[in-house]
Design a protein around this ligand. Structure first.
Ligand SMILES: Nc1nc2c(ncn2[C@@H]2O[C@H](COP(=O)(O)OP(=O)(O)OP(=O)(O)O)[C@@H](O)[C@H]2O)c(=O)[nH]1
Length: 352
């Protein structure tokens, strides 16, 4: 019963969102500082420069806020507001800068990626309203700028197309992430937690047990002579037996217990706030349930189980090693039984 290493890291869409947020904040800071300095020293445009420096300070503020709170949603909204402010300030203070309205098109993809479909749609709408307001109230009165209704319609059309494209793109991206995330934590054959998820849960429950001083009991289960089932009835039938086995156990454990496939015909049951005696009784009850409900023509399916318990901060591998020793002892004593871990079992295994 070897313990395989974790096969793959968890998929995490938020990791990329956090990265993008940091990159955009750095770019906004550098951009604002460089343009602000140019406006002061090369063009003498002090009013625009002051807005540039406000943006630089805002990007630093958002950076620190994000570092302290790790609140992606609030930090993203603050960033989008800062970009919008930067744009409005630039266009509002420079009458010949109507062309810079093109920058409005960065807002929809930024919002869709950082905040998802709903917020992306809202920001696209806000961008449109802000642009039209800017044209009507600021640019129209300027005699040398000729913004027509056609121009406004064009902006609306571009934003509509951007909205449609990014909504579609973000929808397919987030669906794919969700599916990958599901596949990365679920065992395909049985639908319960897979090894990777069990690793996470075990580590988290050990921490919880140590913090609350409530015992976490761990039951390592191995179906007896499963190779014979496969050899006799075929692999597909073996798969159905595994599914029935899982179904019978899932129906008998608590909502707060975590049950998953450790690998092959081995399963792990985590029982928070459960003493080793209670876990042993549970494992014996499950043994009866399984042998009453899962069988082949040759008789009932049975399993052996090793039980251990933990209430202090120890590595997961120690807990699994203890449960594995107990399981080994159960197999060695004739199978179809439950053995609780004791330190003596370790020396027993060394001699076998
Ligand atoms: N059908 C099927 N069989 C599997 C699956 N994963 C592992 N197995 C089989 O499980 C069997 C495990 O065999 P062994 O490790 O010898 O254990 P066992 O026959 O249960 O014997 P003991 O554990 O000693 O009682 C092998 O035949 C594997 O091919 C699976 O997903 N589906």
């Amino acid at each position: 019963m070897k313990i395989a290493p974790q096969l793959f890291p968890l998929v995490n869409s938020e990791r990329h969102q956090r990265k993008l947020l940091r990159i955009v904040l750095v770019v906004l800071f550098i951009f604002s500082c460089v343009i602000g300095s140019l406006n002061v020293f090369a063009f003498g445009a002090y009013q625009i420069a002051s807005f540039n420096f406000i943006s630089a300070v805002a990007s630093v503020g958002i950076w620190f806020y994000f570092r302290r709170t790790t609140n992606l949603v609030v930090a993203s909204w603050l960033l989008i507001t800062a970009v919008l402010f930067n744009l409005a300030a630039f266009m509002g203070t420079s009458k010949g800068a109507a062309y810079s309205i093109i920058w409005i098109t960065v807002l929809p993809p930024l919002a869709f990626f950082l905040l998802g479909r709903r917020a992306g749609s809202w920001v696209t709408g806000i961008a449109f309203v802000a642009t039209v307001a800017f044209i009507v109230f600021h640019l129209r009165p300027l005699s040398d700028v000729n913004f027509t209704t056609g121009a406004i319609l064009n902006i609306a059309e571009v934003l509509l197309v951007l909205w449609l494209l990014f909504r579609f793109y973000e929808g397919s991206r987030s669906d794919a992430y969700r599916e990958l995330e599901r596949l990365s934590v679920v065992d395909k054959l049985t639908g319960i937690h897979n090894r990777s998820k069990l690793d996470q849960l075990l580590a988290a429950h050990i921490q919880l047990a140590a913090r609350t001083d409530m015992p976490l009991s761990v039951i390592l289960i191995d179906i007896d002579h499963f190779k014979r089932v496969n050899d006799h009835y075929g692999h597909l039938f073996g798969d159905v037996v595994l599914q029935q086995f899982v179904e019978s156990i899932c129906g008998a454990v608590r909502q707060t217990d975590e049950f998953g496939r450790w690998g092959g015909e081995e399963f792990l049951l985590l029982c928070p706030a459960t003493s080793i005696q209670d876990a042993e009784a549970l494992a014996n009850k499950l043994r009866q349930i399984v042998s009453a409900s899962v069988h082949t023509d040759n008789g009932s399916i049975t399993f052996s189980a090793g039980v251990t318990s933990v209430r202090s901060l120890v590595p997961s591998s120690n807990v699994i090693r203890e449960a594995d020793h107990a399981l080994y002892a159960a197999k060695n004593a004739g199978r179809n039984r439950v053995v609780c871990y004791t330190p003596e079992l370790e020396s027993l295994q060394n001699f076998i």
